[in-house]
Design a protein around this ligand. Sequence first.
Ligand SMILES: Cc1cc2nc3c(=O)[nH]c(=O)nc-3n(C[C@H](O)[C@H](O)[C@H](O)COP(=O)(O)OP(=O)(O)OC[C@H]3O[C@@H](n4cnc5c(N)ncnc54)[C@H](O)[C@@H]3O)c2cc1C
Ligand SMILES: NC(=O)c1ccc[n+]([C@@H]2O[C@H](COP(=O)([O-])OP(=O)(O)OC[C@H]3O[C@@H](n4cnc5c(N)ncnc54)[C@H](O)[C@@H]3O)[C@@H](O)[C@H]2O)c1
Length: 453
Amino acid sequence: MTAEAFDLIVIGGGSGGLAAAIRASKHGARVALVEPKDLGGTCVNSGCVPKKAMWYAAQMAHAQYIAADYGFADRPGRLDWPGFIARRDAYIERIHASYRQQLDKNHVTLVQATARFLSADHVAAGDRVLTAPHIVVATGSRPNRLDKPGFDLGVTSDGFFDLRQSPHRTAIVGGGYIAVELAGVLRALGSEVDMYVRGRLMSGFDEEMAYHLGDEMKKHGIGIHYTCQVEAVHEKDGVLLLDCDKGSHPGPYDLLIWAVGRHGYTASLDVERVGLALDETGHIVVDDAQHTNVPGIYAVGDVTQRLALTPVAVSAGRKLADRLFGGQPDAKLDDVNVPSVVFAHPPLGTVGMSEQQAREAYGDAVHLYKQSFVPMQLALADRPMYVRFKLICVGDDSRIVGMQMLGPGVDEMLQGFAVAIKMGARKCDFDATLAIHPTSSEEMVTMGDRVPG
Ligand SMILES: Cc1cc2nc3c(=O)[nH]c(=O)nc-3n(C[C@H](O)[C@H](O)[C@H](O)COP(=O)(O)OP(=O)(O)OC[C@H]3O[C@@H](n4cnc5c(N)ncnc54)[C@H](O)[C@@H]3O)c2cc1C
Ligand SMILES: NC(=O)c1ccc[n+]([C@@H]2O[C@H](COP(=O)([O-])OP(=O)(O)OC[C@H]3O[C@@H](n4cnc5c(N)ncnc54)[C@H](O)[C@@H]3O)[C@@H](O)[C@H]2O)c1
């Protein structure tokens, strides 16, 4: 079969793949994008977007309680779950349409098939064979499965998005981004939620902030269990029971969600044929410029061992296209000071280092500024949830190397501060900035003295 020739083949039409394909075609490259499913990948179809939609619904539920305290209503209503899912899915359909338009406008050839390698410059996609000197793998990640009896009685985050009604009682295994976010949403929408956490909540995050997050989640009615490792799951009379390693059998639950991490997805690619190097978690090993060990093959996004966030995948894809086709030989992803928000209830925002990472890197040069306060909106409602800010600074000029925020509204506060930190802001730059009053964010520029210790 004659191969169709392109300048670039992109495998995977998620965040990273779309970004690489569209940017390369803007630079004049002839690009084929191979994707068997809906455009947008995990983020649009089973990640950030449907998750954020559910989080907004959960915020609405909270807002009703606040409104009732203010005197607007005496009884919060329940979500019409199927109705809202239809609204969420219609929004996602509009994103698909917008991506299709962008591909058409930029003359990217979309091949709706699963790709696999035939050689380092040939790819099979359905009944077509494509060839290009440059191939970008952007096939994302899949949820981890555990080798536990009854694993399939639970679902992963993919199954959560398929729900058409709120479960009464939910068990969630895991204590990372997905576990924490889904726990908050389900609780706010009326489910009883128990989390089964190995180690600590949000490991890798600032310990103090993760502790406060756990505290707020417990106040919100979420059970957080650290002493049960789930060894098996049973179904009895239509409900689920768990076996813990210590011999207890918690339950019954109507839904079990496994949120125990994700692995790079390369299963369909035939990577052995080209000898692509993977790490022990199945991620494609890349250097800081997205090169794999095979010349001409690159990888971006969650399929690599780099940070698994949409803006990281997008930036990696665009920078790679700029380097290959845009005459920018030094372009590459800069993943220093990547801001991130855990859309918990309340949200947790972070940019730069945790206190622990800073102390490891800078030792005694580290010092802290902290602030905690009840935001005015909640003080008026007799719901004393704290906002907590923490600045992690180093050196005589108090250069800010980390910012941690927990509380209502921090999800929208963090981005602007992340710009300042990326530019090398010092505490005195914050002090020199006049406050916006009355807001929660003003507390970030009116912090007092260093915290001793
Ligand atoms: C529940 C959840 C919530 C999340 N929330 C956030 C958030 O709030 N903010 C954030 O920044 N990140 C979030 N993420 C992470 C984010 O979704 C990922 O970092 C991002 O989607 C990675 O993009 P990607 O292009 O690497 O992979 P993906 O978006 O997963 O795209 C991979 C694509 O490759 C396709 N593919 C796979 N194999 C082949 C093949 N052989 N041939 C052709 N195509 C193939 C797949 O069908 C898929 O469309 C979340 C993730 C999850 C699971
Ligand atoms: N808001 C966001 O930006 C956002 C939201 C969701 C996901 N994401 C991205 O997706 C990635 C994947 O999310 P995730 O929550 O699956 O992974 P994660 O790495 O954040 O958390 C995995 C959790 O599973 C636990 N775990 C692992 N093996 C276990 C076992 N055998 N038994 C019990 N617990 C076990 C870990 O201790 C950890 O708490 C995240 O790391 C993040 O990069 C981002």
